[in-house]
Write a protein that binds this ligand. Structure first.
Ligand SMILES: Nc1nc2c(c(=O)[nH]1)N[C@H]1C(S)=C(S)[C@@H](COP(=O)(O)O)O[C@H]1N2
Ligand SMILES: [Mo]
Length: 240
């Protein structure tokens, strides 16, 4: 899926080093590959850069959640524009790239070793149905922090295994209730609902919540393509 083109100048290695500001040389000495997971997880507690911090503080207040007995297990309708992609969970990697100091390729085991957040929220589809669902997964902001975005990052692209794509504003992406979910109603996420990994958030309409997410790209500008439904005229922000 090559629809998303990000126009930005290539950084020279010198510029890259200038931008990156690594506190440790181990990454640079580690050869040409990505840093090992333990290296980046160690940086979890480090703050995001200042501008992103400001976004977080300006982001919406937490959305009130529902209680467990309010979950509506049958109400979440499968809504897929195409087919359900077959993704081998063993071989699966979530790529995080774009305008970041620390591009990542994470296995499901690595993602699941990050703190688990669970929430009970209402999923709202623009087609006129809604469902109260419990989602479990990792906060997107944790993954974004690991990737160490440049300070001018404003948007996040999500690419999916079925060719679906969408883009979000960075503030919504960093909202504490925006999750990359791998559980639904206390069970492993079913394939039709986006396994191994999907977006789940109480602040966006259903079509912003990409299933089968394979790649997350952090950018300072949106390209001509903004999302599968968005490019057909649906609202881009799609906030709830
Ligand atoms: N990859 C992908 N993600 C997607 C879709 C899709 O077709 N492909 N449909 C969207 C829409 S319109 C909705 S309402 C929700 C539905 O999620 P569900 O099928 O788990 O109920 O997924 C969203 N995410
Ligand atoms: Mo939807």
């Amino acid at each position: 899926m090559n629809l998303i083109r990000i126009n930005r100048p290539q950084l020279s290695r010198r510029d890259f080093l200038k931008f990156s500001g690594f506190s440790s040389m181990s990454f640079l000495l580690g050869g040409c590959g990505a840093p090992i997971f333990e290296d980046v997880v160690g940086k979890l507690s480090e703050p995001l850069n200042q501008q992103l911090e400001t976004f977080i503080f300006n982001a919406q207040k937490p959305v009130p959640e529902f209680s467990a007995r309010e979950i509506q297990p049958e109400a979440l309708l499968i809504n897929s524009f195409r087919y359900t992609p077959i993704i081998d969970q063993e071989k699966y990697r979530l790529i995080i790239d774009g305008e970041v100091n620390n591009p990542l390729s994470l296995s499901l085991a690595e993602i699941q070793s990050l703190p688990l957040t669970s929430m009970i929220i209402r999923h709202v589809c623009v087609e006129g149905w809604a469902a109260i669902v419990q989602w479990g997964g990792v906060r997107l902001r944790e993954i974004v922090a690991l990737a160490q975005p440049y300070k001018n990052v404003r948007y996040v692209y999500f690419q999916s295994g079925d060719g679906y794509y969408s883009s979000w504003d960075i503030a919504s992406a960093l909202h504490p209730q925006t999750l990359l979910a791998y559980q639904k109603n206390g069970e492993p996420l079913p394939v039709e609902n986006g396994a191994p990994l999907r977006l789940a958030s109480p602040i966006k309409l259903g079509y912003k919540q990409s299933k089968w997410v394979t790649k997350i790209t952090l950018v300072s500008q949106l390209s001509l393509f903004k999302g599968y439904w968005e490019d057909k005229g649906y609202e881009w922000f799609a906030g709830l």
